[in-house]
Design a protein around this ligand. Structure first.
Ligand SMILES: Nc1ncnc2c1ncn2[C@@H]1O[C@H](COP(=O)(O)OP(=O)(O)OP(=O)(O)O)[C@@H](O)[C@H]1O
Length: 225
């Protein structure tokens, strides 16, 4: 089995404080994985190490068969943009650009052109933002910003989507739409790793992992007849 992603015995310390302790996981194509755990437990740290945004203290992250730790920063960056779509806790949009332009930013480095714009409009429409295409971030609500960021993450159909609290700040109907859209991407072979405090969202993922005191445990679900 070729995994999209392997995390092998990853540890992370900030000074004397050990946040992650020999954490391992694998992500298969088409699968979703939810990570839960208490606030401050290291979930965002783990996600950013997986997404090659931050170095582990020890251990390895293998992305699409390639050991990312051994790569030069420029090759790591290339691997990151080729493989990952990110939905951060804070939307991190560019304030001088409209919603549509923000979604199109990942396509600026590719030759996706008109097709990217069609997809960007389609994604924003799907998230209920068809009338906000030309609004700038400061003219959008937190929930709307989150949806723009999600559309941006999905634009280029990444192999792995990393989503940190993707349904935070959203009303239930939009949260359900966002969750549907994220989970649907697995149908086309992408992998999804999401961090959430929402047990309902976690339960929709194929695999549930719980981070506790730096260690990752698989949670088995109770199946009711
Ligand atoms: N750059 C840093 N330097 C020192 N400590 C840090 C740094 N980044 C994060 N931490 C600490 O690491 C711990 C884990 O933070 P992290 O954001 O990964 O937790 P989390 O599980 O995502 O929390 P939440 O659910 O509240 O978002 C926290 O105690 C935090 O203070």
């Amino acid at each position: 089995m070729k995994y999209l992603l392997e995390v092998r015995e990853v540890s992370k310390s900030y000074g004397e404080e050990r946040i992650l302790d020999a954490v391992s996981l694998v992500l298969e194509p088409g699968k979703s994985l939810a990570i839960t755990g208490q606030s401050g437990g290291g979930k965002t740290t783990l996600l950013s190490i997986i997404g090659l945004l931050q170095q582990a203290t020890s251990g390895a992250v293998i992305v699409d068969g390639c050991d990312a730790g051994g790569l030069e920063p420029s090759r790591q960056a290339a691997l990151r943009s080729a493989c990952f779509g990110f939905v951060f806790q804070r939307a991190r949009l560019i304030h001088s650009l409209t919603a549509l332009e923000n979604v199109l930013v990942p396509a600026w480095l590719t030759r996706a052109g008109k097709a990217a714009e069609v997809r960007a409009r389609e994604l924003l429409g799907r998230f209920g933002l068809e009338e906000r295409l030309h609004y700038r971030p400061q003219e959008l609500s937190i929930g709307q910003l989150r949806r723009v960021a999600l559309a941006r993450a999905l634009l280029l159909k990444p192999k792995v989507i990393l989503a940190d609290e993707p349904t935070n700040d959203l009303d239930p109907a939009i949260a359900a739409e966002v969750a549907d859209c994220l989970l649907e991407t697995c149908g086309s072979g992408a992998g999804l790793i999401l961090v959430t405090h929402d047990p309902g969202l976690a339960a929709r993922a194929d695999i549930n992992l719980h981070l506790q005191q730096g260690c990752l445990f698989e949670q088995r679900r109770t199946v009711h007849a």
